[in-house]
Write a new protein. Structure first.
Length: 475
C-alpha cells in the first residue's frame, strides 16, 4: 500500500482526554470502482492527557493499494454520495482531531481498478451490496460445469476403449431395433490406413450375427440417414483368423457406416415360404463365408438362424414344404452338423444331422456326415453302417469308398487293441497267482491229490457194486 499525503476535511471534535480516540472522519475520494468496506474502529484504552489545541495538520493516512488519494483544487461539482467509512486512525498522543475548512473537489475520472476477491459470508456480501452472480470474465469452477459431448466426439461403447463410435452426420427418427432388416453402405480400412472395402452395400438382420460385431453392436445406436465412424479392435472385427488375403490376424479396423434404411421383419408365421427361403438362404450363405475363413462358431450361429426360418416348428407353418425348401433345409442342417463337428461338438452335430435325415433319408451327404460324427465318438461299427448305406445309394461315390476303407481299418485296429488289452489282463492274473512259491507248491500237491482220491473212491465204489452183484447171484 502506498502512503499519500491527504488533506483531510474539517472535523469538529471536542477536547478529549484520550491520546487516540476513535475519530469519525468523512473523506471525499475520487470515484473508484471499488466496494465500500465497513470495519469496526479499534478500541484503545483511554489515557489522561491535557487538552491541546493544535492547528490543522496534514496526516498520513494508510489506504489500500487500490485507493489513490488525489489533491485537487476546489471546484464546484455535483454532490456525490459516498458511504461513510469508519476507519481506525492511529495518531500519537500529541495529535488531536481539529476542525478544518471543507474542501470541494471536482469529480475525477479514474481507471477501473481490479479488486482481488475477498471471501465474505453471504450475509456480509448482501449487506455490502455484492450480488451472488458470477463476475464477467471469471471462469466457473469445474464442479459447476456441465459437459455436453459434441456431435463428432468419440463415444465408448463398452467403456474399455476397445470399441468406439463417432457420429459425423445425424439421422432422423428412432434408433434401430434388434431384429430389423437394415441396409447400410460401409467402407472398411485397417489401422495403417489401407482401404479394404469401399462403399459396400449390405442388408442384414440387426443383432443376429450376420455382420461383424463392430457393426452389429453400434448400429442399434444409429438412426436412418446417420453417418458414423467405428474404431474397433480385432476381436470385434475378424479376430485372430483375419480375412485372408486382405486382412491379417489381430488387425484393428476403422469403419465408416451410413444407414440407408430399415424395416421391421414380420413374425415367422406371418411370412410366406418364399420370404422364409430368401431370409434363410441369406443366413446360410453368410455362414458359408464364416466357415470358409475357419470361424466355425460364427458359422454355427448363422446356420442355426437359417434353420429357424427354413425349418421352424410345425405349429408355426402350415402345409407341406416344397422340394426346393426341403433341399435348403437339408443343406442348412448338414452344414450346421459339419460346423459342430469342427468344434468337436459331436452330440449337437448328431442332433442336426438326424434332422437332415428325417427330411431327406436318402441324402448321401447326410449319411456321410453322420458317419464322421459317429467316428468322432468312437462308434466305428455304427459309422460303418452309415457308409455302407450311402454306398448303396451311390456305389461310385469315391469319398464314401475311401471313408469306408478308413473305417474298416479302424475297426480292425480297434479289435486288435481290445485283444491285447484282454490278453494283458489275463497275463497279469496268471502272474499274480504264480507269485507266492509256497502257495504254488500247495496248489500243485492239492491238484495231484484230488485225482488220486477220486480214483480211490471210484475203485471202492466199483468193488462194493461187484460184491453186491456176486452176492445176489449166489443167492
Amino acid at each position: 500500500a502506498e502512503e499519500n499525503a491527504v488533506e483531510t476535511p474539517a472535523v469538529e471534535t471536542a477536547a478529549v482526554g484520550t491520546p487516540a480516540a476513535a475519530v469519525e472522519t468523512t473523506v471525499e475520494t475520487p470515484i473508484v470502482e471499488a466496494m465500500s468496506v465497513e470495519t469496526t474502529a479499534a478500541e484503545i484504552p483511554a489515557v489522561e492527557t491535557p487538552a491541546v489545541e493544535t492547528p490543522a495538520v496534514e496526516t498520513a493516512v494508510e489506504t489500500p493499494a487500490e485507493e489513490n488519494a488525489v489533491e485537487t483544487p476546489a471546484v464546484e461539482t455535483p454532490a456525490v454520495e459516498t458511504p461513510a467509512v469508519e476507519t481506525a486512525v492511529e495518531t500519537p498522543a500529541e495529535e488531536n482531531a481539529v476542525e478544518t475548512p471543507a474542501v470541494e473537489t471536482p469529480a475525477v475520472e479514474t481507471p477501473a481498478v481490479e479488486i482481488p476477491a475477498v471471501d465474505t459470508p453471504a450475509s456480509d456480501a448482501k449487506s455490502l451490496g455484492v450480488t451472488e452472480e458470477p463476475l464477467d470474465g471469471v471462469e466457473e469452477s469445474p464442479q459447476e460445469k456441465v459437459v455436453v459431448p459434441e456431435e463428432n466426439e468419440w463415444v465408448e461403447i463398452l467403456g474399455n476403449g476397445s470399441l468406439k463410435r463417432k457420429v459425423t452426420k445425424q439421422g432422423t427418427g428412432e434408433n434401430l431395433v434388434k431384429g430389423q432388416l437394415v441396409k447400410i453402405k460401409y467402407s472398411l480400412m485397417l489401422s495403417d490406413g489401407n482401404v479394404v472395402d469401399k462403399d459396400v452395400e449390405q442388408v442384414f438382420q440387426l443383432g443376429d450375427g450376420e455382420v461383424i460385431a463392430a457393426i452389429d453392436l453400434t448400429a442399434n445406436l444409429a438412426k436412418v440417414g446417420e453417418l458414423y465412424e467405428v474404431m474397433a479392435q480385432a476381436r470385434f472385427a475378424y479376430g485372430t483368423l483375419g480375412r485372408p488375403p486382405k486382412i491379417g490376424s489381430n488387425c484393428g479396423v476403422l469403419l465408416v457406416v451410413e444407414v440407408i434404411g430399415a424395416e421391421d421383419v414380420p413374425q415367422i408365421e406371418d411370412l410366406s415360404e418364399e420370404e422364409r427361403m430368401m431370409i434363410g438362404d441369406r443366413k446360410r450363405k453368410i455362414g458359408n463365408d464364416n466357415f470358409a475363413r475357419f470361424d466355425y462358431e460364427a458359422a454355427s450361429t448363422n446356420y442355426r438362424g437359417a434353420c429357424s426360418y427354413l425349418d421352424p416348428p410345425s405349429y408355426k407353418v402350415v402345409g407341406e414344404a416344397s422340394e426346393e425348401m426341403k433341399d435348403l433345409q437339408t443343406k442348412s442342417w448338414c452344414n450346421l452338423a459339419l460346423s459342430e463337428l469342427k468344434q468337436s461338438k459331436s452330440d449337437s452335430g448328431l442332433t442336426a444331422i438326424n434332422r437332415a435325415l428325417e427330411i431327406q433319408p436318402k441324402s448321401t451327404k447326410a449319411l456321410y456326415r453322420k458317419g464322421k460324427l459317429l467316428q468322432e465318438k468312437g462308434e466305428y461299427e455304427e459309422a460303418e453302417k452309415c457308409l455302407k448305406q450311402a454306398l448303396q445309394l451311390e456305389p461310385d461315390n469315391a469319398g464314401c469308398k475311401q471313408f469306408l476303407k478308413e473305417l474298416t481299418s479302424a475297426i480292425i485296429k480297434s479289435k486288435q487293441r481290445q485283444q491285447r488289452m484282454y490278453k494283458k489282463m489275463f497275463n497279469l492274473e496268471d502272474q499274480k497267482e504264480a507269485t507266492p512259491t509256497t502257495e504254488k507248491e500247495g496248489a500243485t500237491w492239492l491238484e495231484g491229490a484230488i485225482p488220486m482220491i477220486a480214483g480211490a473212491v471210484a475203485v471202492g465204489a466199483l468193488a462194493v457194486a461187484a460184491y453186491g452183484g456176486i452176492k445176489g447171484m449166489m443167492q
